[in-house]
Design a protein around this ligand. Structure first.
Ligand code: MSP
Length: 681
């Protein structure tokens, strides 16, 4: 019987390049999540059993002359690889129904003509979800404003993964230009040393915040330069780049001319941007610092040529800019008349040289926007624009702050049209985190340190607070008091306490073992319908990027659960015995199933907390990582499941008043009441 020992990563890589092998091949991944993610996996399988394969481990891909199949649960990166494989062969890939039981083995192996109802199909762009955050300037380490976009992006990425999409979540750092060179000089280091340090501080913060990015692009990466140059040449060949002298007022913090006049062969003098955006003394309204007068001879991008194309694009794609009130803003800019902008600098050394003109470097925005495309290319591959584009472009969603909307919703689409590339599906411009009404920012120095917040309160609290409290799209102000009140009320009380007291009662009365299937326990009970409706609503809100409303719906399941348990008082029913005791046991199963559903649905927002809930319910880490949105359906908890020892999943944060009360005789009394409450009420 032939056997195969395979390294999945190498095997899949090889498959993409080499011709179809004649032997059937089977593989399955090693089960540790870390390893699965990196695709450092192996398999040893009896190939004669293909395709009715019996396999012990959960994640698997198999290939034979007649098809490719994936065995659930399968990681998103494996799914992606499988899909790419399938697109090069005349086969279909399908995914088996998801299951938390990793030993379940269901393989499908079908010819291309068949309609496959699984989540993985070889065609259909909707299966991909390429999501980006802005590439952050490395003039200073990240602050809470930068973290905010990334937290939101992470929640969206995690939600899309739950839906079974092949997600590529891109983030990174924007490292060229005058502002970065100045910051490096001020810190006494070379630009590249400075960029290494600050870029690393972003990576460290993302780790602390549980950010599950797939690609981290630095605009100083070697592969990026080649792609920018290639793109520039395409735009040049399309006749959209010309040279002109100009002078104007420049905001270094925005890296943008706020108003300028240009002189060229085409026209002698032309105002290219409006002065009205500036405050007194030519101050930038965002950074409150005076703009500097600059006179240069640069290359320009003929944005004005794309006026009509952009108007048409936006009117036929009204969802391109979200929220809708930002679309009005974009339409306003376009109808006011698009002005060409300069895309090179003769005075800035720290940048990518303009092809065929070593005296100029490419304007930092023209360079940075392309990072979204470079990020798609594989590190191991020779960089090439078309190959990167083929790896997933266009992006499904650019998540940005409102201050950089013009670059993403006007300049960028025009640049892409010029280079013959597709425009991303959506640009979502969120609001600002403010302090005393002013945008929190590195330049104004009124920032909130995300690392301090994480260390003090934990990643779940930080993520939950900003996503729940700030209506995504609008501005939001931070106050520590509000932070503590919200996370205590929602995470510690509504969710944590409900789980804890239910598990306490189960331990006391049922030896921590579920006496019924949750489907059976809830028969004839409208509680299940309330939960299902809230889950549906949460899904709708996630899909529409209304993250706060999604959180609200999920929390409402907790509120409904608390009301239910308080009304039915299982602790009293257990004391009555007989049928009452059975009802009480069913109530506990019902609440625990609701907790499981909360954990699945809230996992995009508070992943560690939700994992803790899952593990209290007796699931392994691997099982939690295999959860999909389908698992928000009622019915996963079965009789006989043993719960873990009850531990608070979210420790209540002490607020100032609590601290003041500490040590007082009242406090001891309150603690006792609280402890009783955990188990009894
Ligand atoms: N480097 C450019 C983006 C290039 S994308 C190809 C840039 N960088 S930035 O570091 O200044 O800002 C990055 C993002 O952080 C922007 O979306 C910006 O809106 C966001 N935020 C910065 N301060 C913010 C707040 N106070 N609140 C919310 N987001 C804010 O622009």
């Amino acid at each position: 019987m032939p056997r195969l020992n395979l390294d999945v990563g190498r095997w899949l890589d090889g498959m993409q390049r080499s011709p179809v092998p004649s032997e059937p091949m089977v593989t399955h991944s090693q089960r540790t999540p870390e390893k699965a993610r990196k695709l450092r996996a192996f398999g040893e399988v009896d190939t004669e059993l293909v395709p009715s394969l019996a396999m012990a481990a959960g994640r698997a891909l198999l290939w034979s002359q007649t098809g490719i199949a994936a065995v659930a649960p399968i990681s998103s990166s494996m799914r992606f690889r499988a899909k790419r494989l399938a697109s090069s062969f005349p086969f279909l890939v399908c995914r088996c129904p998801s299951s938390l039981v990793s030993t379940s083995v269901r393989c499908y192996n079908r010819p291309q003509s068949e309609v496959v109802s699984g989540e993985l199909k070889t065609s259909g762009k909707e299966e991909n979800f390429v999501l980006t955050t802005p590439l952050y300037y490395v003039n200073a380490p990240p602050h809470m404003g930068s973290a905010y976009t990334t937290i939101a992006a992470d929640a969206i990425a995690r939600f899309q993964r739950l839906l079974g999409k092949r997600v590529v979540f891109i983030t990174g750092t924007d490292e060229h230009g005058e502002k970065i060179a100045a910051a490096a000089e001020a810190s006494g280091s070379s630009p590249s040393e400075h960029c290494d340090t600050i870029s690393q501080s972003y990576k460290i913060l993302w780790k602390e915040l549980d950010i599950s990015y797939d690609k981290f692009i630095r605009t100083t990466d070697q592969k990026h330069e080649a792609i920018v140059k290639e793109f520039y040449s395409r735009v040049l060949n399309n006749g959209d780049i010309y040279r002109a002298d100009y002078e104007g007022l420049y905001c270094v913090n925005c890296e943008e001319y706020k108003c300028f006049y240009a002189y060229s062969k085409v026209y002698t003098l032309r105002l290219l941007a409006d002065e009205k955006e500036l405050l007194e003394n030519n101050c930038c309204p965002m950074h409150l610092k005076p703009c500097v007068l600059r006179k240069e001879d640069n290359y320009f991008f003929a944005l004005s040529k794309y006026q009509k194309a952009l108007e048409d694009y936006i009117s036929s794609n009204p969802d391109f800019v979200k929220p809708s009130f930002r679309l009005n803003e974009v339409q306003g800019w376009i109808t006011n008349g698009l002005k060409d902008f300069s895309i090179s600098r003769s005075t800035v050394e720290w940048g990518i040289p303009v092809p065929n003109d070593k005296t100029q470097t490419i304007y930092v925005w023209f360079d940075a926007l392309l990072g979204y495309i470079t990020a798609l290319s594989e590190d191991s591959e020779q960089s090439n624009l078309q190959q990167a584009v083929n790896s997933g472009w266009p992006a499904s969603l650019h998540l940005i702050g409102k201050d950089i909307l013009r670059f993403h919703a006007v300049y960028w689409p025009a640049m892409l049209l010029s280079a013959g590339l597709s425009i991303p599906n959506m640009v979502f411009g969120h609001g600002f985190l403010t302090k005393d009404g002013m945008k929190m920012g590195k330049s104004l120095g009124n920032t909130l340190e995300p690392m301090d917040l994480v260390q003090k309160f934990g990643a779940d609290a930080v993520r939950y607070f900003f996503l729940r409290e700030v209506e995504f799209g609008n501005d939001g102000d931070y106050s520590e008091e509000r932070f503590v009140n919200i996370v205590n009320a929602h995470l510690a009380n509504t969710i944590g306490n409900l789980l804890n007291r239910t598990l306490g009662l189960l331990k006391k009365n049922c030896q921590s073992t579920l006496p019924y299937d949750s489907i059976f326990a809830v028969e004839g009970n409208s509680f299940k319908d309330s939960v299902s409706q809230l889950v549906e609503k949460a899904k709708y809100h996630y899909e529409n990027l209304s993250l706060s409303s999604a959180c609200e719906c999920i929390l409402e399941i907790g509120n409904v659960g608390n009301l239910y348990i308080d009304k039915n008082a299982p602790w009293s029913r257990f004391k009555q015995g007989g049928a009452s005791s059975e009802m009480a046991a069913k109530d506990l199963v019902i609440i625990l199933e609701a907790m499981r559903i909360i954990a699945a649905a809230l996992s995009p927002v508070a992943p560690s907390l939700c994992f803790r809930i899952y593990s209290q319910l007796g699931f392994s880490k691997e099982q939690f990582e295999a959860v999909t949105w389908d698992d928000t359906r009622w019915g996963e908890l079965k009789a006989g499941r043993v719960m873990a020892e009850a531990k608070p999943v979210f420790a209540k944060i002490e607020n100032n008043q609590d601290r003041d009360k500490k040590g007082s005789p009242e406090e001891g009394k309150n603690k006792k009441i609280l402890r009783q409450g955990l188990v009894e009420a």
